[in-house]
Design a protein. Sequence first.
Length: 396
Amino acid sequence: MLIPKYWAQYKQRFKSLATSDSAVKQATIKRYGWSDVSQSEALNHAKARVSEAHNRWLNGEDIVRRERREEYNANNGIPIREQVISKQVFPSSSQSKAASTQLIVTRNSYGAQVANVDNIAIIDVDNDELLHCNYPDSYDSHGYMTALTTNQSQPSSKLKVWFFVLVFILIAIIIDWLGLSWLWLLVVMIGVTAYLWQQASQRDKARAQKHADDIASLRPYMTERLQKRVVKHPKERFRLYETPAGFRIIATHDTIEPSDELVAEWFEYFHADANYVRLCQAQQCFRARLTAKPWRMAEVNEQRMLEKSIPAKEFWFADDGSTQSSYDNAQQAALTARKQWVADYESFAKGYRACRYIESFKGREVGNSEPAPAAISDFIEWHDRVCQVEKELVMA
């Protein structure tokens, strides 16, 4: 897994030599550096990456001057930049062929705890992706609902608009011809507006009901998908969880590396979230959120006791790679605010669960009494306890 403990960033301004064909050019290059050993080694790594980028720039290559922080950085070769909270290993039994499992718990960019495991397949599935796959005519690739009815009905709506325009014109002509009060036109307009408002409300209600029905259909779809999978692959075994916005599937029959072709097959078969797939493949680990998203908590949305965004997201970064003890007053204040936010968040998060266990699925070649590999069993017990899956709590 590529989850370093120490991070630094370094930037330097360079000039290229003037030639007969070009003038002097300048560039400020910034790069991140990382290490599992020390902060100083992370800084040295950042300096080395700046030097390497400088040489490429001198050779005329068009480089990225300043690296940006990205939530899903699958394409820039930079590991996950998250605070490491804890590490542990789930050993395999002496009789098992399965490998031991390494677990690293990190705090992500919005403050939630995330499990990162090296060889237990976790498949993250979003409702938005499933809605688009199952109802492509009703939902776009982001899960937003498109037209409720088919395009064939849209001309009738336009004709209805033109009809009311012509009616208003005709009424205005009649009122002017008869010398009547223009209040009659106002009455008609109010009546028509009320009618159109009622029609729009009915459409909105129909759209909301359709969305609710389509969301409700996704759980049976996922269970059927899993049942078909284990029928065709009788040695496989899975656990299905519901999350606030989708599903989480954990393979429990054996450990497996993220780069394995079978994992790619699972991702495609279960319609895994595309961003999640890219991150797993780039960082060589599987991820699962363990605690609530802050903006889904009542303490954020109602009582305003917790800000939606965690302070000092990059608190461990210093421009010169210095340690926290050498931070200035502003950085120290930001770090203090972050620590207080984390303490409040962890307290509130105890009242929410990250997911809910639904059902287990296993192929016919998996015996009823055959246990999962020890590392996987221990991880599942830990995952369910930390996510509070069995508690009757609000999912967030």
